[in-house]
Design a protein around this ligand. Structure first.
Ligand code: AMP
Length: 443
């Protein structure tokens, strides 16, 4: 009888180890590894302090929103909307987007929840990931995190001054002592219209010297003619009309007041007539924070913001003046690292619970749970059996005391307490260990 050929099924094929390709993290996206957590914790803790000190309320908005929110808010003709936004149709056929910034979402929430009925201004803080399909490089990612402050509902130069003070002092608290504030006014929608006409007419008369991008900017995105990085365009802008000469009286007065407050508060700033920012919603004051010395200069802003008096109306709310700012966490962390600024290590644990032998391990697990429930800062590693690796881990975690429970201690109802700084060990009745720890830790 001929031998039956074995049927080939997918299951019958052996899985060859090493042939499976592990997916990589997407380009422009990043894992935040345990080794970097101390930076994130440092930024978040410092932020908590600032949010409380300056009396902001916290708000969280979804990461996915209707695409139209950003098209209207950020502006259809901006790079963010034309080239960078992650747009997609959801399963129900709705056009949705991953947020490319946070301000538009906070303003939507302000309108949706009738926050104009609250006492004004409403000061809202929000933080979390934002997404832009940008060309990835150091300090430029497709997912990054912003710390976002908004002051909505009043028109006073004090608003943007408060934001600048927060941003500047925040960087200082982190150890970034020489942050530069760049500031400009891009006027209200009225005076800016006249300025843009003059600006375009100037650049049009030098069209041949403009880079290709700027030639396109003549028709739209005209203000961005001012922040082109091409040398030939930068040379031309020296002679270009300057927005400050075109501000109407109200805008001029407003801007002068902002600068006077900053002088009073001794916040160093630089007037930058070419600072226009990449989002359409800004009116009047715009500002950015830059790390000054070393190679950082000219590379990227650590944060930025400004007034946006028209945005809430553009989104369908009643006319409501406002100002806001976003600080980029990744870039701040990168700068802390480049400048080798020490940040606090993550909280060390007070107690390490070590064990040797099966019975001792069970008892140690119960002890660890008791310690944790009673508020001790304790840690253990029950997947390790040998004493040495456990002591090494206790050292790494900078534990002040290690409790050691072996077979002998288990049988005798005792436990060893080891002072990790001196190496001195004592045997204590296990019933009394918590009292003993309280005594030692309160010293
Ligand atoms: P913007 O909303 O463009 O004013 O950005 C505010 C801040 O977010 C910037 O100053 C940066 O610190 C940060 N930021 C903007 N784009 C990126 C990016 N692609 N990658 C990392 N951080 C960014």
């Amino acid at each position: 009888m001929p031998r039956k050929k074995k049927e080939e099924t997918i299951e019958s094929k052996p899985i060859v180890k090493g042939k499976i390709k592990t997916p990589n993290v997407l380009r422009g996206f990043k894992d935040v590894l345990p080794i970097d957590q101390k930076y994130w914790t440092f930024l978040r803790k410092t932020t908590e302090q600032f949010v409380d000190d300056y009396n902001f309320q916290r708000i969280e908005t979804p990461i996915v929103e209707e695409s139209v929110l950003f098209e209207r808010g950020v502006g259809k003709e901006t790079d963010i909307i034309e080239k960078e936004i992650f747009n997609f149709e959801d399963r129900g056929g709705d056009k949705v987007a991953l947020r490319p910034e946070i301000t538009a979402s906070v303003c939507r929430a302000y309108i949706n929840h009738g926050m104009f009925n609250m006492s004004q201004p409403v000061k809202l803080f929000s933080s979390g990931p934002v997404f832009r399909y940008d060309r990835p490089q150091s300090g430029r990612y497709r997912q990054f995190n912003q710390l976002n402050y908004e002051i909505i509902g009043e028109k006073t130069p004090a608003n943007e001054v408060e934001l600048i003070v927060i941003g500047y002092n925040f960087m200082k608290s982190l150890g970034l002592k020489d942050v530069k504030v760049a500031i400009n006014s891009i006027g209200c929608s009225e005076c800016r219209k006249e300025y843009v006409t003059a600006l375009v007419s100037y650049f049009r008369s030098h069209k041949n010297q403009l880079c290709e991008d700027c030639q396109n900017r003549l028709a739209k995105k005209s203000l961005r003619l001012l922040d082109c990085k091409e040398e030939s365009c930068q040379a031309l802008r020296e002679e270009a009309p300057q927005i400050l000469d075109w501000l109407d009286d109200d805008c001029k007065k407003h801007f002068v007041k902002v600068l006077e407050f900053l002088d009073e508060l001794e916040i160093p700033y630089e007037l930058d007539p070419y600072l226009v920012r990449g989002l359409d919603y800004y009116t009047q004051t715009v500002f950015e924070f830059w790390a000054t010395d070393g190679e950082d200069k000219g590379r990227y802003a650590l944060g930025g913001g400004g007034r946006y008096d028209d945005l809430i109306e553009i989104l369908g709310g009643r006319p409501t003046p406002a100002a806001g700012m976003g600080l980029g966490m990744e870039r701040i962390i990168l700068t802390l690292k480049e400048k080798e600024i020490e940040v606090p290590e993550l909280d060390a644990k007070d107690i390490f619970v070590a064990q040797l032998g099966e019975l001792a391990k069970r008892k140690a697990m119960v002890l660890f749970e008791d310690l944790r429930k009673n508020g001790f800062s304790a840690v253990a590693n029950f997947s390790k059996d040998g004493l040495r690796p456990q002591l090494e881990m206790a050292n790494k975690l900078r534990a002040k005391y290690t409790l050691i429970l072996g077979q002998k201690e288990h049988n005798e109802g005792t436990i060893i307490i080891r002072d990790m700084a001196t190496g001195i060990q004592e045997v204590v009745n296990i019933e009394k260990i918590q009292k003993e720890l309280e005594k030692r830790l309160s010293k």
